[in-house]
Design a protein around this ligand. Structure first.
Ligand SMILES: NC(=O)c1ccc[n+]([C@@H]2O[C@H](COP(=O)([O-])OP(=O)(O)OC[C@H]3O[C@@H](n4cnc5c(N)ncnc54)[C@H](O)[C@@H]3O)[C@@H](O)[C@H]2O)c1
Length: 309
């Protein structure tokens, strides 16, 4: 059956790029985009939709015979701490309500991203296993972890085909992210190119798992196209690509921009980053749907600088 796709939260850091890839792959006529803000660029049919508005989503599903949903709408880790109640409403309540609607409307497949924010101080930091202890320290992490549990529950109870990846910090040249803890790894390139200077909000030695946008898009589409019977993880797949510290990222940029200077002034996001892990065991994703990253730190830096210069 032809895919008829609705994207919720389409205008963010990931949505902006993913939606272009979806339009290219499945055709403009099959991809409906939505967000609570207007898009910067109109690449396909767009509707203002609040993810909390179940009736509106139901209407759009019927109107466009939607059978596939990408649910990207969320408040991220940094911003979430400023308004925990609203974050819970959007990240958790709206997600469960959407899963109910997907059961009612017999939606075939849903993509729901989770995050490395579900890990916590009691989670093994190196080569974090797929199944381990989770004690997220932010409302964002708690909402993503419960979202994973609901994904598995709706799959086993109602047969709803929810698919999920625990995205590491996402780096791309296409937009400047806001409200996340790994945002420094995008801002630093803009600082290096425009001002030859960056003031980093994390300490120099804070090692975090990261991934380049091209790999995020490939992983997401690969998972969504994998045969359902191959998928053994119904919470959310661990996904690994690269891990580095701000200092290592700085050194890789300096090879291209030798006069680049950095200073470190950690803010409240340092505490969030300290609770996250350093590297990830993604053998389930490799085995079940053939995941393999293409970019490492060097090739990502070369590509970021090529695009931003
Ligand atoms: N960017 C990352 O590093 C990262 C890492 C792990 C997981 N994720 C997850 O991936 C998804 C997309 O992330 P992103 O980086 O593009 O985030 P983003 O903050 O850039 O985009 C989220 C989008 O959701 C929209 N939105 C917010 N509230 C909404 C509402 N009530 N109704 C409809 N839309 C609403 C925003 O307007 C925004 O365009 C999120 O679920 C996020 O948790 C992102």
């Amino acid at each position: 059956m032809e895919k008829r796709i609705l994207v919720l939260g389409a205008n963010g850091q990931i949505g902006t790029v993913l939606c272009k890839a979806l339009v290219k792959r499945y055709g403009k006529q099959n991809v409906i985009l939505s967000d609570i803000r207007e898009p910067k660029e109109q690449i396909s049919q767009f509707e203002i939709i609040d993810v909390c508005d179940k009736a509106h989503i139901a209407k759009v599903i019927d109107q466009f015979q939607i059978n596939t949903i990408y649910h990207l709408a969320a408040i991220l880790s940094g911003n979430g701490e400023k308004n925990p109640a609203l974050t819970w409403k959007i990240n958790h309540d709206a997600t469960v309500q959407l899963f109910d609607l997907c059961v009612e409307k017999k939606i075939q497949t849903i993509f729901y991203p989770s995050s490395i924010a579900i890990y916590g101080s009691k989670t093994p930091k190196i080569n974090t296993p797929q199944y381990t202890s989770f004690n997220p320290s932010t409302v964002y992490g708690i909402s993503k972890l419960t979202g994973e549990m609901w994904s598995a529950y709706y799959h086993s109870r109602y047969g709803l085909d929810v698919r999920s990846i625990r995205y590491p910090g996402v780096i791309g040249w296409q937009s400047i992210p806001e409200g996340g803890t790994t945002d420094y790894a995008v801002e630093i390139y803009h600082g290096a190119i425009k001002e030859k200077y960056y003031n980093c909000f994390l300490r120099a030695n804070t090692r975090l798992p990261m991934i380049y946008m091209d790999d995020v898009i490939r992983a997401t589409i690969q998972l969504m196209e994998a045969p359902s019977e191959n998928l053994t993880v119904r919470t959310s797949y661990n996904l690994a690509s690269m891990s580095f510290t701000p200092e290592e990222l700085y050194e890789s940029i300096k090879q291209f921009i030798p006069e680049f200077k950095i200073e470190y002034k950690p803010d409240f996001r340092q505490q969030i980053a300290d609770s996250w892990n350093e590297s990830i065991d993604d053998s389930n994703a490799q085995r079940d749907w053939g995941w393999k990253p293409e970019f490492d730190l060097q090739s990502m830096t070369a590509d970021m600088i090529k695009h931003l210069s």
